[in-house]
Write a protein that binds this ligand. Structure first.
Ligand SMILES: Cc1ncc(COP(=O)(O)O)c(C=O)c1O
Length: 409
């Protein structure tokens, strides 16, 4: 039986395409179908559209348009930045500093490089989910070539001190260190907080279209002028030799339009998300027992709320909410039949139970107060029901760890 209403609270996973974005993209799926590498009218028309989108993306982050490389999404942007730089500078050093709460794409790339003999320092994120600048400074070694720390976390939304890390990199350069670069994954942050690459002091910055109300399949990597990356795709001259392959013109045009709209509507979207999230968190604290809020309370994106529900598996809660028409996500993943706790929530020092019981609620521009009311009502009902059935609650009762009304550790 399908639910009577649906509430989408998973905007950090992906966003629906904005109708204005679809309208901008449509001609490039139909009559304006040229290949930007073609010399004729159709090709040059498509080239013009790609260049205009490049300017719009550059405008969102304060970059020059020739510093934008179009790719297929955030994962590819991260691959191009990290592998593309590391392969280019390997003779200068083989040490990377990153954080323990990066997106799986950055984590995966670092693990792959580690298998090839690279040394990786993974910085702690402490209980509030924020990397400390002093830790970055003390992790630096003579062979460090890259610092890769995300601008905002995708599970708990915490905003990282990239500008301060950028200042360390600049300081190191003035001291004569030539081979140290800074990458930041801004996939979640873009369109949510103002971004100025010069201010951040980063050399690379990753973006993804589908988190910004554009369709999936487009992304961009900002590469600071003068910085070299080795293309991970070969066999074509596109994107000034940095990413071979015909540009995905409709997706790129959509991405450009979405970036322009996101910049114009940034404040309005943030105000709306913040209002909904505050209302939501206050109501959850009041109506649902044994919850733990994750991540720094202030230094975080306005639309993400991450909550651990004691004595409940996040996956069971997710499925129960889905049956009631509510879409959310959990950082814990099913791997070979067992539930792996979310590595991000574990990195905050939470135990496995809390890391398995965490749920991310991420609000979007089209959510309304009625959505919050519905979700809180369902959440209080469903969480109680799951707890009554949960072996975790029974274990807790047996060891006299009786659920309390509100937990906030
Ligand atoms: C922080 C972060 N980086 C990278 C990605 C990957 O982006 P994409 O889905 O465009 O490959 C995501 C997607 O969830 C993300 O949240």
């Amino acid at each position: 039986m399908s639910p009577n209403r649906r509430v989408y609270l998973d905007h950090s996973a992906t966003t629906p395409a904005d109708p204005r974005v679809v309208e901008a993209m449509m001609p490039y799926l139909t009559e304006r179908f040229g290949n930007p590498s073609s010399v004729h009218f159709f090709g040059q028309d498509a080239r013009g559209a790609v260049d205009s989108a490049r300017r719009q993306i550059a405008g969102l982050i304060g970059a020059r348009s020739n510093e934008i490389v179009f790719v297929s999404g955030g994962t590819e942007a991260n691959n191009l930045a990290i592998r593309g730089l590391c392969e280019a500078v390997e003779p200068q050093g083989r040490h990377i500093i990153t954080s323990s709460i990066e997106h799986s794409s950055v984590r995966g790339i670092c693990e792959a490089l580690e298998k090839r003999g690279w040394k990786i320092t993974r910085l702690p994120a402490y209980e509030d989910g924020i990397v400390r600048v002093e830790d970055v400074r003390s992790a630096l070694r003579p062979d460090s070539v890259l610092i890769s720390v995300m601008l905002a976390n995708n599970e708990i939304g915490t905003i990282q001190p990239i500008q301060e890390i950028g200042a360390i990199v600049r300081q190191e350069r003035t001291r004569g260190r030539k081979h140290l670069w800074l990458h930041t994954d801004a996939v979640q942050a873009a369109g949510r907080i103002p971004i100025e690459v010069e201010q951040l002091g980063c050399d690379f910055l990753s973006l993804s279209a589908h988190k910004l109300y554009a369709p999936k399949g487009a992304g961009a990597l900002y590469v600071r002028r003068g910085v070299r990356v080795l293309s991970q795709n070969v066999g074509g001259h596109q994107e000034r030799e940095r990413r071979a392959g015909t540009e995905a013109v409709p997706g790129i045009v959509a991405f450009g339009a979405a970036a322009r709209i996101a910049r114009d509507e940034l404040d309005q979207r943030n105000d709306n998300a913040k209002e909904l999230r505050e209302k939501f968190e206050a109501a959850v604290a009041e109506r649902v027992s044994d919850v733990v809020f994750n991540g720094h309370r202030e230094r975080r994106l306005s639309h993400i709320s991450n909550i651990s529900f004691r004595f409940i598996e996040g996956q069971s809660l997710l499925i129960s909410l889905d049956l009631e028409g509510i879409a959310v996500s959990t950082g814990s993943a099913c791997s070979s039949g067992t539930l792996e706790p979310s590595p991000v929530i574990r990195a905050l020092g939470r135990n496995d139970e809390l890391a398995r019981g965490s749920i991310r609620f991420s609000f979007g521009k089209d959510n309304a107060v009625a959505d919050v009311d519905y979700v809180v009502e369902v959440l209080s009902r469903v969480s109680e029901k799951l707890r009554r059935m949960s072996p975790l609650t029974q274990e807790a009762m047996a060891s006299r760890r009786v659920p309390q009304t509100v937990g906030r550790d």
